[in-house]
Design a protein around this ligand. Sequence first.
Ligand code: SF4
Ligand code: SF4
Length: 368
Amino acid sequence: MILTYWNFHVRFGTTLISESPSFSAVTEEFTRKKAKLLELGEIFIPREVDMPCFASLSKAGPDSGRGAHAFGFGDSRVKLVVSKDPDARLRLARDPAGYIILLEGKKFVGDVQILPLAAHAPNQAFLNLCPECSMGCAFCSMPRPEGAGSYLSPERALRLVSVASKYPDFSAVAITSGIPGTVREANAKMAEAVKAVRGQYPSVPIGVEAYFDGTAEISLFREAGVTEMKINIETWPEERFRKICPDRDFQATLKALERAVTVFGWGRVTSNMIVGLGETDGEVAEALDTLASMGVVPNVRGIRIGPGNSAKLEKALGKTPERVGAERLLALGEMHRNILERNNLDTGNFETMCFSCRCCDIVPMADI
Ligand code: SF4
Ligand code: SF4
């Protein structure tokens, strides 16, 4: 459905970006609704609304530590944190045809499906091997380790994948981990888990989301059976990265991304860029242009704020940021898609992790 047009544009490098809260000419109604749901992020589910499955308690990802449900409508999917506040702006309800989402008491989305979460995501087993991390990134809700940190064993990982594989939409495995000790140890644990999964599931796509402080370990993941790699740049430029991720290395991350494209191939490596941390649209454009020109498919994610990260964000930024509004998510989505197209990159080629899940972001090629 065609909606409205861009008002005006400004050229940043080779990228056209919007300077106004305008909308894409091709943005569809469901995508606009998804953007609004992502902006609000939380939904109240009254007791009387029967749910077909339990909320998922994520140990990684934007809603780490909080219960969430995934919802499907039209071609869109969205994951929303379950709010305890009966006055939350979003509320789930039922009408004679099924589930509906109300916005401030009025029907906002109809014909909503509740998507069972295989393990964190509707279509895949996305495992976090260790829910503690010593890196202290300001946006991340993972707690610091109290001791040495303990990892899910390969056997336990396999059992979780086996349970998830019974779900009808199961199609992939993804593995990540907090870093309670050294980066090398966390990556070795992930590679062990990958090998175990690959041994039992020879053809399932496997994605890994990891941090690297060098490039030597990247090919080990390929050898272990990983098909897609995610190495997050998180924010842009380097100066902001140093404030937000003080224990990580921006240049090492860029080098790891470059190496990962050599190992996994053009368009088979992805990287999260979080927005809402005080960056300008021009900085987002510069980040996406840089990554895409390296063959990396960036993912743009609006900051989520909750009890696990608000104090850390306030300390790093000097104030607690606000969630990113729907209009900016849509404008950035349009810019993001243009950049990917110019670099012959396609989110649709990914079989694992966030581009195949599509719950937390406006995904170019799928949503916009
Ligand atoms: S490296 Fe940063 S973002 Fe990743 S789990 Fe650790 S604290 Fe969180
Ligand atoms: S989009 Fe990514 S972070 Fe969000 S639920 Fe899906 S896999 Fe998890």
